[in-house]
Design a protein around this ligand. Sequence first.
Ligand code: PLP
Length: 396
Amino acid sequence: MSARIGGISESATLAVDAKAKALKAAGRPVIGFGAGEPDFPTPQPVVDAAIAACSDPRNHRYSPASGLPELREAVAAKTLRDSGYQVEPSQVLITNGGKQAVYQAFAALLDPGDEVLLPAPYWTTYPEAITLAEGKPVVVPTDDSTGYLASVEQLEAARTPRTKVLLFNSPSNPTGAVYPPEQIAAIGRWAVEHGIWVITDEIYEHLVYGDAEHVSMPVAVPELADTCVVLNGVAKTYAMTGWRVGWMIGPNDVIKASTNLQSHLSSNVANVSQRAALEAVSGPLDAVAEMRSAFDRRRRKIVDLLSAIPGVSCPEPEGAFYVYPSVKGLLGKEIRGQRPQTSVELAEIVLEQAEVAVVPGEAFGTPGYFRLSYALGDDDLAEGVGRVAELLGEAK
Ligand code: PLP
């Protein structure tokens, strides 16, 4: 096994989800807060478009590695509609989910030893993708005291002559934090000033609550467009995680180089999935509006329930479908004869004793926290957090 591939760790979020599903299959009444996917079905018109696409022989053959021309055009139009960012279809590369776009963006931009500023808590895939591209993740830690937002001052303190890219993700997985527009603009201006590329992952753009607003960094700072890659996809907005369609948007040379890479790696994304995505991005946003109002209700409920547990502190997230409470107040305490010292150990006790699956903060570069996804039914949510509260209430 090569050191490069042997060194990749298993996706902790998928591992928790798999463990919860295995326990469930063995008959244990596990409630899972681990999954990063909406619990809603894909909207019917999207499914219907896919069914029709199956019978159309055009979709039975290879198609351009860069994506169906109609879909690239529709993604450019959707990007203008939703975030006000004007791009040409030639600047869009359709990928096998947002994940492939993450990997290819780093592969296209990094030379060995190039540094990537990575605010933590971070989505667990970013450091692996950076390392695979022979870059060096430079973690910029944030915590609940600042709502998990990195400031320009913190980024500046981490900048070195090798800094090539800033990874930016708002709304954030795992914290649900949404950067305010003025902070996005300040970070964008700082990046332009220092010639730093920004890879901005906007996959949760439509899942923002209350007064929070999603602003795309190259719209806030138009001068950034030449050194910016936007990542997005249909997974979270249209409840389409299993269809595997995402995209990257960037300057033409970056998109061309990434297409060359993709042409040797995976070629075109499955045509039926692309046709489904075409229907999704060309259609209305009413399904996501419905999901958003359900998520908003669950968000407020889960924050209330978690905040009532002694030793847990839970900032109210403004986006995505995750809460990221600190559980530091419980570490070192005795719970049913065990004394967890880390959030990994505490998460194991919660799974064993309360039959509830959560992802420990270690997966996101910040020990001492749990990530809970509230993309599950209201009853399961109340029952699951109730069990956790009962268990953790015994801590002494
Ligand atoms: N970016 C972020 C921040 C995510 O949370 C995810 C999925 O969990 C993705 C990208 C990739 O999504 P997909 O590959 O399912 O399109």
